[in-house]
Design a protein around this ligand. Structure first.
Ligand code: AKG
Length: 248
């Protein structure tokens, strides 16, 4: 008899990774994966210190559930500039350099995220491009809570040339600061955000500092209200027939 889907986020240990769980997640059979201690404490400290020196930018933005909320980010994310591609790419070139010199020069974590994802799907990887211009590779995000929503780039009518090639979309988040309470990430078995809130088939994961969590963004998901700062390194990747594409 086929095994029933266990809707859980599986813990992946650094030294003895549970390859069966990784495979099951890649097939859509798990809610997500948590790579424990993806960054060590001293690496988190180095990155957090660099971020505090650069400073987070706060702005009013759409929370994908019909509300305008205060958001804290470092670097552009496409969703914010969806109606002004030029501004997105202008900022991307500035922050690419800032991130390279002030964050990745200290801890070059981004290629490691790409490697983990590449192994999962046995596909190569690249930063997504639009008309010969690279998308932003990651963002730094202060996200104390998020309503139930889903993220699906091909459905957002963005006009980005790579969007139609994507068959599945994933979020990756590395936690640099976690709140005193709350801030769990809830991943629903339901895909439709309007239906997800009505049922209680979900898995809630309480991220710890240094963890990397990966899940499918086409599942409805939310972040529980938190008491204290909740800071992540974040981005998306999508599968295409040839390779994984990363963007934010
Ligand atoms: O910060 C998180 O845990 C998840 C945030 C989220 O909604 C996303 O990455 O799409």
């Amino acid at each position: 008899m086929a095994e029933l889907t266990k809707w859980v986020v599986e813990d992946i240990n650094r030294t003895t990774p549970n390859l069966a769980a990784i495979h099951k997640f890649s097939m859509g059979d798990r809610a997500g994966l948590r790579f424990e201690n993806f960054l060590q404490e001293y690496q988190v400290d180095l990155i957090s210190h660099a971020i505090s020196k650069i400073g987070i930018e706060y702005y009013e933005g759409d929370d994908k559930a019909g509300n305008i909320v205060r958001k804290g980010k470092l670097g552009p994310n496409f969703f914010r500039f969806k109606s002004d591609h030029g501004e997105y790419f202008r900022r991307a070139r500035i922050f690419e350099k800032v991130f390279e010199e002030r964050i990745l020069a200290l801890v070059n974590f981004f290629p490691r995220v790409q490697e983990v994802a590449s192994k999962m799907f046995s596909l190569g990887h690249a930063v997504a491009e639009h008309q010969g211009r690279n998308m932003m590779n990651f963002t730094v995000r202060m996200l104390p809570e998020a309503p139930i929503h889903r993220d699906w780039m091909p459905g957002e009518n963005t006009g980005l040339s790579f969007a139609p090639q994507i068959s599945e979309q994933f979020a990756w988040n590395i936690y640099l600061k976690t709140p005193k309470s709350g801030g769990q990430t809830r991943i629903y078995k339901e895909r439709d955000p309007a239906l997800a809130g009505k049922g209680n088939d979900y898995f809630e994961v309480a991220p710890r500092v240094g963890d990397l969590i990966i899940f499918r963004t086409t599942q409805a998901h939310s972040v529980m209200p938190s008491d204290g700062e909740r800071l992540t390194l974040s981005g998306f990747f999508g599968t295409t027939p040839e390779k994984l594409l990363f963007w934010v």
